[in-house]
Design a protein around this ligand. Structure first.
Ligand SMILES: Nc1ncnc2c1ncn2[C@@H]1O[C@H](COP(=O)(O)OP(=O)(O)OP(=O)(O)O)[C@@H](O)[C@H]1O
Length: 288
């Protein structure tokens, strides 16, 4: 296997282009004067699971939102399956977006809709005149994939947190996407429910051949699902490789993060602000 070391940016050559699902080149994102992504270049391989880790606020969500152009670059380029997408209109983007399922932190289920209606929602948005009888089997199959067939008539309020995430995942795969973006899929779940989600990520990669991109603070999940783990820090990629590469990484910031230690910089901020709970700065799985 080629991957073990930190990548220094795009690799040239046709072979790489064929296996690349998403690419960003020299991506810079600023909000006002705040620099969030600092010249990030990255290729995401088809059919693999890439995990993005890093401290709170380092730009993980902003980065993956660029992959579906929910955020536009300040400068730099974004490609999906070889097509440059960062300059496309919203209308042109809708085709690209149907090829990507996403499970965002804020992308909660619609409380007023049943489980089945939630899963039908993206299908109805895309195929305007579809009838329930036409999609009933699709809804059933998607729910079966996440182990929740039979829950069609439940409402989100009657489901546990883990079940809600699984319904959201069934909705994310409703249109058979080639890519699934997961933003903190295990946050707020206990280790057993987290493992169910991890297994689902692996199952969807295995059974559907999807390309998965998982943003997480949870190192257990990262090691379990990631073919490749990328760490972002101060808007830059500081580590990129397989689980062993990340575990043995020489960069002190990587070691502090994966071992849940508080850095001297964080402590200085805490002392200055008089804040108390150092655990706020730890990866979330170390807070339990
Ligand atoms: N629409 C926006 N306008 C202004 N600032 C933004 C916007 N979206 C994100 N930011 C800022 O960009 C930075 C990175 O945010 P992002 O959500 O990507 O962090 P993150 O690494 O995903 O953090 P967390 O792990 O806490 O979810 C943060 O400082 C955030 O406040």
């Amino acid at each position: 296997m080629e991957r073990q070391n930190d990548h220094k940016g795009p690799v040239d050559g046709n072979g790489a282009a064929e296996t690349t699902q998403i690419e960003v080149r020299n991506l810079i994102k600023k909000f006002g004067r705040k620099l969030v992504l600092d010249n990030v270049s990255l290729r995401i391989e088809k059919g693999k699971t890439t995990v993005i880790i890093g401290p709170s606020g380092c730009g993980k969500t902003v980065l993956i939102k660029h992959f579906i152009v929910l955020q536009r670059p300040t400068s730099g380029e974004v490609y999906f399956d070889g097509q440059r997408v960062d300059g496309l209109s919203e209308r042109q983007l809708s085709d690209v977006r149907t090829r990507i399922g996403y499970l965002f932190q804020e992308g909660a289920l619609f409380d007023s809709m049943s489980v089945a209606e939630n899963i039908m929602f993206p299908i109805k948005q895309h195929f305007k005149h579809v009838k329930w009888s036409q999609v009933e089997e699709v809804v059933k199959a998607k729910l079966a994939m996440v182990g929740l067939d039979g829950f069609q008539n439940y409402y989100p309020a009657n489901l546990s947190g883990g079940q809600r995430k699984r319904v959201a995942l069934a909705r994310a795969i409703a249109l058979n996407p080639e890519v699934i973006l997961y933003d903190e899929p295990t946050t707020g779940l206990d280790p057993i429910r987290s493992d169910i989600i991890n297994e689902l990520v692996l199952k969807l990669e295995r059974d559907l051949g999807v390309t998965s991109i998982v943003v997480t603070h949870d190192m257990r999940s990262a090691y379990k699902v990631g073919d490749r783990i990328i760490m972002l820090h101060n808007g830059k990629i500081i580590a990129d490789g397989d689980a062993d590469h990340i575990r043995d990484h020489p960069h002190p910031t990587v070691q502090q993060f994966i071992n849940g230690q508080v850095s001297e910089d964080d402590l200085a901020v805490l002392r200055m602000s008089g804040a108390v709970a150092t655990s706020q700065f730890l990866p979330r799985d170390f807070q339990k």
